[in-house]
Design a protein around this ligand. Structure first.
Ligand code: GLA
Length: 379
């Protein structure tokens, strides 16, 4: 009953328009996050290294702007209760200044509970104070991870706990992207936007292998109605470049995330990224699909055994279409144009080959390698 009341409250809140949300995340946030590669070993030097790389390797020009510190930056609170960074981070204001000096933005991480997932100091009881501290440091993005909040709140309190931090961030007057992380519990996609979330994780953590990545990515089917400018489903950060998947699998990862209008937060060591992995991250035609201003998440058009077709309507009236082969052998994958509402012929462009393929009537078929994907634009 209390859960129902919580959800009702959230639905009521959703009716409110939230201009701050579209101001900071009109399209899905793009950038880098320390967790997938560095985990708790992350230091300020790693964050500076990521900012240097993004500013010079083409990523900034491609739209990757946020340099996000995940868990393990936190130290103790001082006598006034103000959170301090630990010795690996030192001066957060200086770090934010460094990242801003590169024309980039900086993100941070906390938990509504007393401790973060890695056991560092959380925000519980210090919401307004922490929001003010982040704003003073110049923080532009907060990932707020449920973790130990389950020790102090019942789970039906999630909407109001997140709403509380949203209000604290708003009160600072600084535009700060608000990223909810509670692993998709209680169908967060139904209330995340209403409590001020710009994005919310829809699943448990990703890991750098095809099984987990594809399990997470393909289970976004059916969640598309929650998404729009300012508020996005977050199937977790990218693993491209971390070495656990092959080229075709990373192409599937990027293709699917772009079709899903997912946040594109790379999770690798950008100071050591291989050219072929960087090329995947820099595919501007794929990124344009992700960042399309219409802000629609792709839906699954068809599934036949291991072959799946997903389509994302675009602002210019065309469709981005993903042709996926989840099976263990190469396969032809076909999209029927009728399934997109196209009855005449349509022009097809390959967004990985960067090539116009001509005009097609009825259907289009691509040969797709094992665990691979084709990404086309149909118009
Ligand atoms: C949780 C989150 C991860 C990461 C870690 C940090 O597992 O889901 O994305 O932030 O906590 O401890």
């Amino acid at each position: 009953m209390r859960y129902v009341a919580g959800v009702m409250l959230a639905l009521l809140l959703m009716a409110r328009t939230a201009p701050a949300q579209t101001q900071v995340a009109a399209t899905p946030p793009m950038g880098w996050n320390s967790w997938n590669h560095f985990e708790c070993k992350v230091t300020a030097a790693d964050v500076r290294g990521a900012a240097d790389a993004i500013a010079t390797n083409g990523m900034k020009d491609a739209g990757y702007l946020y340099v996000n510190i995940d868990d393990c930056w936190e130290g103790a609170r001082d006598a006034q209760g103000r959170i301090q960074p630990n010795e690996k981070f030192g001066d957060m204001k200086a770090l934010a200044g460094y990242v801003h000096g590169k024309g980039l933005k900086i993100g941070i991480y906390s938990s509504p509970g007393p401790k973060t997932c890695a056991g560092y100091e959380g925000t519980y009881g210090h919401e307004e104070q922490d929001a003010r501290t982040y704003a003073e440091w110049g923080i532009d993005y907060l990932k707020y991870d449920w973790c130990s909040a389950s020790r102090v709140y019942s789970s039906d309190k999630m909407p109001e706990v997140y709403e509380k931090m949203h209000r604290a961030l708003l009160a600072t007057g600084r535009p700060i992207v608000f990223s909810l992380c509670q692993y998709g519990l209680h169908r967060v996609w139904r209330w995340g936007a209403g409590v001020g979330g710009n994005l919310w994780r829809t699943t448990d953590d990703i890991s750098d292998n095809y099984v987990q990545m594809s399990w997470i990515g393909f289970q976004q089917a059916g969640l598309e109605s929650s998404v729009g400018p300012g508020h996005w489903n977050d199937p977790d950060m990218l693993e491209i470049g971390n070495g656990g998947m092959n080229h075709d699998e990373y192409v599937t990862h990027m293709t699917l995330w772009c079709l899903l209008a997912a946040p594109l937060l790379t999770g690798n060591d950008l100071t050591k990224v291989k050219p072929e992995d960087l090329a995947i991250l820099l595919n501007k035609e794929a990124i344009a699909v992700d960042q399309d201003p219409k802000g629609v998440q792709a839906h699954r058009v068809s599934a036949e055994g291991p072959m799946e077709v997903w389509a994302k309507p675009l602002a210019d009236g065309g469709f981005a279409v993903g042709l996926f082969n989840r099976g263990g052998a190469p396969n032809p994958v076909t999209v029927r144009l009728e399934d997109l509402g196209i009855h005449g012929s349509a022009a097809v462009r390959d967004l990985w080959q960067h090539k116009d393929l001509g005009s097609f009537r009825g259907e289009f078929t691509a040969q797709v390698p094992t665990h691979g994907a084709a990404l086309i634009k149909v118009k």
